[in-house]
Write a protein of this length. Structure first.
Length: 247
């Protein structure tokens, strides 16, 4: 029985002394309450009853920020949420400087999102998301830096508008599309009238061009209507009378 008790004691001792940390983890060691430092990856030994280890993952973590009710700068009530990517850069600070770095980062992201979204107008939140994302990332990263946390990306995920605002924006978009269509039609008519004026000026300066255009039009009519066109007089005679009338 004695050897069995010794074997159990040795097993308990080794299980508490031998620690294995993966490649993406670090073990923060405390010796009698004092910080020793981070170890890993790999296998190492701890002094039972004297040293304690806290595992920290160094992989990038993502979480959704809870939708926040915000009043924009132009007094529009909205709900906005975002996605945050972060990772632990300094395991020692992540354990010592903050009690729960994941929860602390999440709460900080919520309050920052509320504060930043309230500084922008609705049109800016919808059209300038890159600017808002960059500002969010910069502010949250500065606040979490003392905790050894690096904020990689912050992306606004969705902006939920009131139903009345959605209907107003739909009407505004419809009016804008109608205005653009009218402008395009007016510009087309203006350009067509300019081309017709230029063509009329050229035809008036070159009498032969009028005759060619006349023949071209007659050919098009004959092709489309399947008809025969008779010229009672040669074109040269018509030109002669035209010149006589000008004298």
């Amino acid at each position: 029985m004695e050897w069995l008790v010794v074997a159990v004691v040795v097993f308990i001792f080794l299980s508490n002394a031998i620690k294995v940390v993966s490649e993406y983890e670090r073990g923060v060691i405390f010796r009698l309450g004092r910080l020793v430092g981070a170890r890993g990856p790999g296998l190492f030994f701890l002094i039972p009853m004297v040293e304690r280890m806290v595992k920290i993952s160094l992989r990038t973590v993502t979480f959704d920020v809870t939708p926040q009710e915000v009043m924009t700068r132009d007094n529009v009530p909205i709900k906005i949420n975002a996605v945050v990517w972060f990772r632990v850069m300094d395991p020692n600070k992540a354990v010592v400087e903050v009690e729960n770095y994941h929860m602390a980062t999440m709460q900080l992201a919520q309050t920052t999102l509320r504060g930043i979204a309230g500084q922008f107008e609705l049109d800016q939140l919808l059209s300038e998301r890159d600017t808002v994302n960059q500002q969010l990332q910069q502010i949250i990263d500065e606040q979490t830096d003392p905790w050894g946390i690096k904020i990689s990306i912050v992306e606004i995920k969705e902006v939920e508008l009131p139903d009345t605002m959605k209907r107003a924006m739909a009407r505004q978009a419809e009016v804008e599309r109608d205005r653009r269509a009218r402008v395009i039609n007016a510009e087309g008519e203006f350009q067509a009238s300019q081309k017709l004026r230029d063509a009329a000026q050229i035809l008036s300066e070159i009498p032969a061009a009028i005759q060619l255009r006349y023949l071209q039009t007659a050919a098009e009519i004959a092709t489309e209507k399947n008809s025969t066109i008779l010229f009672p007089l040669p074109i040269e005679i018509m030109k002669f009378f035209e010149n006589q009338s000008k004298k």
